[in-house]
Design a protein around this ligand. Structure first.
Ligand code: PRX
Length: 663
């Protein structure tokens, strides 16, 4: 992305399906319409505007009087503090009461042709039963429940059952290893874990229960494990602790009243990577989060009641939380749970799924687009795809080639391409084109969402950079409803990471450019977070995993650009002098180190390359100079800049030689 001449990129007009569709866009038809709506949402009457939105969008069990209070600096942000609101009621009951037969979930199983629609009525019964099961195990308001499940419709029910009774779910991506799962269960001290016998993905079986069992050996607090029977294959069983989901459900009533919950009560915890090794339990609260999820679905995705929303993200990430579960269901539309992969059994799987269910929205990550683009147009050419109005991308900057491929071959120049930017911490989309109003530029997340005010700051002085043609760190200026409220049991860390770097602002950790038209281009993280296929990883986390290997003395991990995955993990490792190592079998050791990372974090963190070196470049004070390794891998070894602080200049050629030998 760094070589893009931002000012030279042409604007793409609002596409035909947004203008000629049967519905008038909520915000449109042009930039002025967006500017008017945005001005209203951030001006002096902003709180009145938010109050109207909150009342229109959600059902409140008790009304709020105050719209917002608190500040970034004081760490006391609260929205709608007197209000009482139940997320599950808003996502399920109100639609089930209106029309119990309306489809809530379209479950597309791993094997093509095996799909099932779940109605709002059926979802309410499943959620109620599970909520009653949780209650029967002593779970109630403020408790945490860890969810480690494959992509099944019952996993969605798991989110909502917790929300119904005021328990916070902590959903752990099923690609995480047992060790990562154990850390997350222990950090939030869950007493109950929801899991499944096995998962299926791309024709393979994933032994979820076995992985959970291994994790649970290290989790003394867990009293009960509720196991969904998904594949039906035999699995290990701990008598007394493990219970079948269906057997427990058969004991309890099919209706459970929703709990009366304050808008600022916790809704969920979601662990994410930061600059340090230990993942942070980002905590969201009910009212503000749900409003952000519901409103972005409506305005960014222009969702109407009969739409069918296809978010391909995993439930274990924020995109799955907000745009697979809470956002679509809070709008009463059908949402897709996709169990498979983009290439199973063929690279036409996404397109066949869109056609089978007549999806109106398709939301994915650039890495999947790059993969499918590489595999050829023939797979998409056969599909109809005329049901699609909005195609959206998230998780990493979308390169113009991928953007155009979506526009030409998937949208066929009829649908809107929407590049959405957000984070686990922001809860819902904060920068994005509004499809009926904003002309797009491939690769730009364009403009702030309603209610959002942003700035680009000079990273050193912290001063706001004014006008077009500037690059700085991206911050937000005013609080918004769906901003997370804390790091679980570590409020000081929350303040340190996000609020203190630039007092008075929320610090995103991303760098960005504002071009001549005022459009925003995300350049990527300015901290030690890397983004592999849209999965967020911290370099420190991978380094800690490598250092746990007995022979490793030091490790330095960097993210390098990668054509397919956006960034890829490259690790430099030095060995302990006493480590008994056969240098003729370096590949054997590298394999073990790769396994080590997979074991400690999970397969998605697999390093692309591991370089065993005799030394790492360090400053005289001993700080590893990752910049040098980054440059060498990028092929810019002749532009290393100032090396005066480097303790051992000879180490540069060690790095260069190794990288050259392994490329
Ligand atoms: O670097 C940004 C990148 O993903 C980070 C947030 O990761 P996570 O909390 O896991 O949430 C991912 C899904 C929202 C951001 O700090 N990112 C997200 N969306 C975009 C993006 N980078 C560029 N363009 C985007 N549209």
């Amino acid at each position: 992305m760094s070589n893009v001449d931002y000012d030279a990129v042409a604007l793409h007009p609002v596409p035909p399906r947004m203008i000629n569709g049967t519905e008038v866009p909520f915000i449109g038809p042009n930039l002025e319409a967006y500017q008017k709506a945005h001005a209203e949402s951030v001006g002096e009457n902003a709180d009145k505007w938010w109050a109207k939105m909150a009342r229109e969008t959600l059902h409140w069990d008790r009304p709020f009087q105050t719209v917002r209070t608190g500040s970034f600096e004081n760490g006391d942000i609260a929205w709608f503090p007197e209000g009482y609101v139940n997320a599950c009621y808003n996502c399920v009951d109100r639609w089930a009461f209106q029309d119990p037969n309306k489809t809530a979930i379209i479950y597309e199983a791993d094997e093509p042709g095996q799909h099932k629609n779940i109605s709002y009525g059926e979802l309410l019964r499943e959620v109620s039963r599970l909520a009653n099961v949780l209650k029967s195990h002593g779970i109630g308001k403020g408790d945490t429940v860890t969810v480690y499940m494959p992509m099944t419709w019952q996993a969605v029910a798991a989110f909502l059952a917790c929300a119904r009774i005021g328990a916070l779910h902590s959903v752990v991506f099923a690609g995480f290893s047992s060790e990562s799962l154990a850390d997350r269960i222990n950090d939030c001290k869950s007493r109950v874990v929801l899991t499944a016998d096995e998962g299926r993905r791309g024709g393979k079986i994933i032994n979820i229960k076995a992985l959970a069992d291994k994790a649970l050996e290290k989790c003394p607090n867990v009293e009960a494990v509720i196991v969904l029977q998904h594949t039906g294959n035999p699995v290990g069983w701990v008598e007394g602790r493990d219970k079948w989901w269906h057997e427990e459900s058969a004991k309890v009533p099919n209706y459970c009243p929703p709990a009366l919950l304050n808008s600022e009560d916790g809704l969920f915890i979601l662990y994410t990577s930061g600059s340090t090794g230990k993942p942070k339990g980002i905590m969201h609260t009910i009212g503000g989060y749900l409003l952000g999820a519901a409103m972005t679905i409506k305005y960014v995705f222009e969702v109407h009641p009969d739409d069918k929303f296809g978010c391909m993200a995993d439930l274990g990430w924020i995109t799955g939380h907000t745009y697979l579960v809470y956002g679509p269901l809070a709008n009463g539309v059908a949402t897709l749970v996709f169990e498979s992969t983009p290439v199973y059994p063929t690279p036409a799987r996404f397109w066949e799924t869109i056609d089978t269910h007549k999806l109106t929205h398709f939301y994915t990550a650039p890495t999947a687009v790059r993969l499918l683009r590489r595999l050829g147009e023939q797979h998409v050419a056969k599909a109809d795809l005329s049901s699609l109005r909005i195609i959206a991308s998230v998780g990493e900057p979308i390169n113009p080639e991928a953007w155009h491929w979506l526009n030409d071959h998937v949208g066929r120049k009829q649908a809107a391409i929407v590049d959405t930017f957000f984070q686990t911490e922001t809860g819902s989309i904060v920068l994005s084109p509004i499809p009926g109003a904003i002309e797009t530029k491939p690769g730009s997340a364009t403009v702030p969402f309603l209610g959002m005010t942003y700035a680009l700051l000079d990273p050193t002085t912290g001063k706001e950079l004014e006008g077009p043609g500037v690059e700085g760190v991206l911050v937000f200026k005013n609080t918004w409803p769906s901003i997370a409220r804390s790091v679980w049991k570590d409020h000081n860390r929350w303040l340190d990471v996000y609020m203190r770097p630039y007092p008075g602002y929320f610090f995103t950790g991303d760098g960005a450019v504002r071009d001549k038209d005022g459009y925003i281009w995300i350049k990527g993280r300015v901290d030690d977070v890397i983004n592999v296929s849209g999965h967020r990883l911290s370099t420190a986390e991978i380094e800690s995993a490598l250092i746990l290997y007995p022979g490793v003395a030091e490790a330095a991990v960097i993210g390098a650009n990668d054509e397919l995955t956006g960034q890829a993990v490259h690790a430099f490792v030095t060995l302990k002098a006493e480590f008994n190592y056969d240098p003729t079998n370096e590949s054997g050791l590298i394999k073990e180190l790769v396994l080590q990372v997979r074991k400690v974090i999970g397969p998605f963190a697999t390093p692309k390359k591991i370089y065993i070196v005799s030394d790492l470049p360090k400053t005289r004070s001993g700080k590893i100079m990752r910049r040098i390794m980054r440059k060498v891998i990028a092929g810019e070894g002749d532009q290393l800049g100032d090396l005066s602080t480097l303790a051992e200049p000879g180490v540069v050629s060690v790095i260069k030689d190794k990288v050259a030998a392994m490329s």
